[in-house]
Write a protein of this length. Structure first.
Length: 738
């Protein structure tokens, strides 16, 4: 099959050693139509098969006439055969012909070339695809073998830059990501990542095969044995050559491993379960981490998102009582505190979707064992305040601001150097206020661009905090509170807002000695201890569902496991002020202020949101706009332009939705005017993939006079996993189309 053409043509390419790797490379280039392929092999049968299976165009001899015609020569024999091949052909090679190889070791190949030529030839540039299999021979050739896998090139100081560029292009043409590396470094890295595992697999199988019980051992081999020993089916000649060629580096890694194996032997002798657990959990975390990195590469970093729409079939009352999955922002905080505690905490009703996964993964990457023990239930094995382990790669918070704000002070409190990065969306966002907290802690931080990610926390001289936050942000407040955990003395933070109550309750639940007087947060050094917690319902979801009930005549909705403090979140207090009928019934036994919150329909008052309140309600502005549409009179929202652009964008999308439903909306001189009290009618709304807009549009759709579809709800359903079942439980007729 001929793939699509790539522009560059590499001319005549000769593969010497037409086995699995040489054949795969030849077939990939041939399918792309970017070269004329010649093959040479000491086994004629491989060449015949190579032609009949369309791997090469021509079989070739290693004579002067052939070699002089080649633009690229690829050595693909076992590594120790490369010296003799080079000896045979070196006199015929044109100086502008690129000679390269695919061998698993590089030092020995460079040595061979220097010996044959008498110097390091500028046109000899070694390479090594990090892709393969336990198979051999041309029949195992696979043209897709190198796609989205790395290829290492190891240029020498003498290497010709034009030919080096050609080598990069060759590997790119077959789909590889090419990286340059020093020859010696290559041999050390590969000794550990590839050569040692092959040695272990061969030795394990050989040991067991020679044991008395070998029949039964193989008969009852479980999946683990099969996975671990797959590579012992690899070609023995190839691997004999690798160990002969890379003796020093393989011995170094083997010695290290042998020491660790002896240590594990002693651990077993002593029945030291804690050490076993430590080694196994760190290894699991490290492997999970690099598998994810690998997956990102092989998937091209892309995951396909299927559009989802939700249709609401008629105007409904919202009736019933439901419990919701735990609060997202508390979920982040609680797993972090449990990880920093001494002892094992069990957390129930944790929200393990979306960004919380990012925080959990970061903690796992730093050696914290977090067992999934049931639906939304985890057991966290705390490592103590400073017990996190240096991760093997930078911590990636992806697009999770909450993970970033909560983890950064925790990292600044550890004793290792660590870097933090994120997805592109967060990379250009200045985080000056957050970095200021780190510097108040006494941490030295380096950023790539001024006050933006990625950051590296270099060192720290712990200091007691005494700071006042100017910015209204719950994340920043929590960040400062967590920073106090690592303070050597009493600390004080003056918060910019007065909604720190729940965070303080959570800190207290883990034994942190803190108190909150108005906006003044004070702490004294303490050791955190584990606790078992049942998280109350998500504050945003609770408020949004209660807003639905306030909007729909005949409604009576109870959220059974809600947070019940007066200052929890911003939307419920706002609804209360607008005359909503909301009642709180506190559960006297809860560790946190939690219980039942009940809402019934009531006619809401129109409102004016001054800039300070607009900022306070910024996350909930889409639903606030919807509420405005159902009050009597005109509501005004001031100061939208002073919000971060994404909040402003959200409001503009929401206003478009309102207009589409016949609501009179204007935006003039930084004031949004929404005329409420008129019938709403329309059947199609586009939520632009935003969680808050999607929920607000559902609220709008519920009051529409005709059945209404809200599009682009995949993010909503991803984060509000129980939405569908909650809607059904509340008697809302909805249909999710995936
Ligand atoms: N198998 C794998 O997964 C990977 C292998 N490599 C490297 O690629 C090279 C080739 O490995 P495979 O393709 O797996 O082996 P293979 O056994 O499938 O192919 C090697 C071919 O070289 C031929 N050959 C041996 N000595 C020769 C000589 N003196 N003159 C001409 N032809 C000769 C053999 O007849 C055979 O067809 C090795 O250097 C190996 O280290 C690199 C990455 C992955
Ligand atoms: O089969 C496997 O899993 C491999 O590890 C393949 C492999 C073998 C040798 C190399 O130099 C590179 C890749």
């Amino acid at each position: 099959m001929q793939d699509e053409k790539v522009s560059e043509h590499f001319g005549n390419v000769l593969i010497i050693g037409l086995g699995m790797i040489g054949g795969s490379f030849a077939k990939a280039l041939k399918n792309k139509g970017v070269a004329t392929l010649f093959g040479a092999d000491r086994r004629d049968a491989e060449l015949t098969l190579g032609i009949s299976t369309g791997v090469i165009d021509y079989a070739a001899q290693l004579d002067q006439e052939t070699i002089a015609q080649m633009d690229v020569i690829v050595l693909a024999t076992p590594v120790r055969a490369m010296a003799s091949v080079l000896k045979e052909i070196h006199a015929f090679i044109r100086p502008d012909t690129l000679i390269t190889d695919v061998g698993s070791t590089k030092g020995s190949v460079v040595e061979a070339a220097k010996k044959v030529f008498g110097y390091a030839p500028a046109n000899f540039i070694p390479g090594h695809p990090i892709a393969g299999a336990e198979k051999s021979g041309v029949l195992a050739a696979n043209p897709h073998l190198f796609e989205r896998h790395m290829a290492i090139v190891t240029p020498l100081p003498e290497s010709d830059p034009v030919l080096l560029d050609r080598l990069y292009k060759l590997w790119e043409a077959v789909g590889s990501d090419v990286v340059g590396m020093d020859v010696e470094h290559h041999d050390h890295v590969l000794a550990s990542s590839s050569h040692l595992p092959h040695l272990l697999a061969y030795t394990l199988v050989d040991t067991l095969a020679n044991s008395e019980k070998s029949q039964d051992v193989f008969k009852f081999a479980a999946g683990g044995f099969r996975d671990f020993t797959r590579i012992a089916s690899s070609d023995p000649v190839m691997w004999r050559d690798v160990f002969l060629a890379n003796k020093e580096a393989t011995l170094a890694t083997l010695d290290l491993f042998t020491d660790r194996l002896s240590f594990m032997r002693q651990v077993i002798v002593e029945g030291d379960g804690a050490s076993m657990f430590g080694v196994f959990s760190r290894a699991k975390s490290a492997r999970d981490h690099f598998l994810r990195l690998l997956e990102q590469r092989t998937l091209g970093g892309q995951s396909e998102v299927k559009p989802v729409s939700i249709s609401l079939s008629s105007v409904n009352a919202v009736k019933g009582a439901v419990s919701l999955t735990g609060d997202k922002s508390l979920s982040h905080r609680v797993v972090i505190l449990a990880a920093l505690s001494c002892g094992v905490s069990t957390i129930d009703n944790l929200d393990l979707t979306g960004n919380v996964k990012v925080t959990v993964q970061a903690l796992r990457d730093m050696g914290v064992v977090i067992d999934d023990i049931g639906l939304n239930q985890v057991r966290v094995h705390g490592v103590g305040l400073k017990g996190l382990k240096a991760p093997i790669a930078p911590i990636n918070v992806h697009s999770s601001l909450t993970s970033l704000y909560l983890l950064l002070p925790v990292l600044a409190g550890q004793e290792f150097e660590v870097s933090v990065t994120a997805d592109e969306v967060l990379l250009n966002r200045p985080i000056s206020s957050l970095l200021a907290i780190l510097s108040s802690m006494g941490a030295t931080v380096e950023t790539a661009a001024a006050d933006c990610l990625p950051v590296t926390i270099k060192s720290r001289v712990p200091k007691a905090l005494d700071i006042a936050l100017a910015q209204f942000s719950r994340r920043l407040s929590s960040s400062a509170m967590l920073a106090c955990l690592f303070s050597p003395g009493e600390s004080q933070v003056i918060l910019a807002n007065d909604d720190g109550e729940i965070d303080v309750e959570i800190l207290k639940a883990f034994g942190f000695n803190v108190k909150l007087e108005g906006k003044r947060f004070k702490s004294a050094p303490s050791t955190l201890h584990s606790t078992d917690l049942m998280l109350p319902a998500d504050v945003n979801k609770t408020a949004l569902l209660l807003a639905f009930a306030c909007l729909c005549p005949g409604s009576d909705l109870s959220i059974e496991n809600a947070l019940t403090g007066e200052n929890i979140g911003s939307l419920l207090p706002f609804l209360g002020k607008q005359g909503a009928d909301i009642r709180y019934e506190k559960d006297a036994n809860g560790k946190l202020p939690q219980g039942r919150v009940r809402a019934r329909f009531s006619q809401l008052k129109n409102f004016e949101l001054l800039p300070e309140n607009t900022t306070r309600l910024r996350e909930s502005l889409p639903i606030v706009c919807v509420l405005a549409a159902f009050t009597k009179g005109t509501s005004k929202i001031y100061g939208v332009r002073s919000l971060a652009y994404y909040y402003e964008d959200r409001i503009m999308t929401m206003l478009d939705g309102l207009r589409h439903m016949g609501v009179k909306v204007t935006f003039e001189n930084d004031v949004v005017y929404i005329e409420g009290g008129h019938p709403v009618s329309g059947n199609n709304l586009d939520s632009a993939g935003d969680y808050h807009i999607a929920l607000a549009m559902l609220a709008l759709g519920i009051r529409s006079r005709e059945p209404c579809v809200v599009h682009d709800c995949q993010k909503l359903l991803e984060e509000f996993t129980e939405l569908e079942s909650v809607m059904v439980a509340l008697g809302l007729q909805c249909d999710v189309a995936r």
